[in-house]
Write a new protein. Structure first.
Length: 93
């Protein structure tokens, strides 16, 4: 069963979108055409997530995903605790 989260990618500003938790990966999508194509659809395999950390951006809850390829993706996540439980379950982190 797919789970959906309303998120915003923190990358040169705030890019609203959603993350879908699929069987093998988290998939971020945004409909903003004014951003680079590689940022409109980001697939993050659970096996490639090294760790994650919770934080804050002003008054918004964030989660930063540290990936195996040394990229970090920081998201404002609404429903952060549910999102973190999913990460612990799927990625084992």
């Amino acid at each position: 069963m797919k789970r959906h989260f309303i998120v915003s990618l923190c990358y040169n500003g705030i890019l609203g979108g959603a993350i879908t938790a699929e069987e093998e990966a988290l998939v971020y999508r945004t409909g903003k055409v004014s951003v680079a194509k590689r940022l409109r659809h980001i697939e993050m395999r659970y096996a490639d997530i090294l760790s994650f950390e919770k934080g804050w951006l002003f008054c918004f809850p964030t989660v930063t995903l540290h990936m195996r390829d040394r990229l970090d993706y920081r998201y404002i996540v609404f429903g952060r605790e549910r999102f973190c439980r999913l990460l612990q379950e799927k990625a084992g982190r």
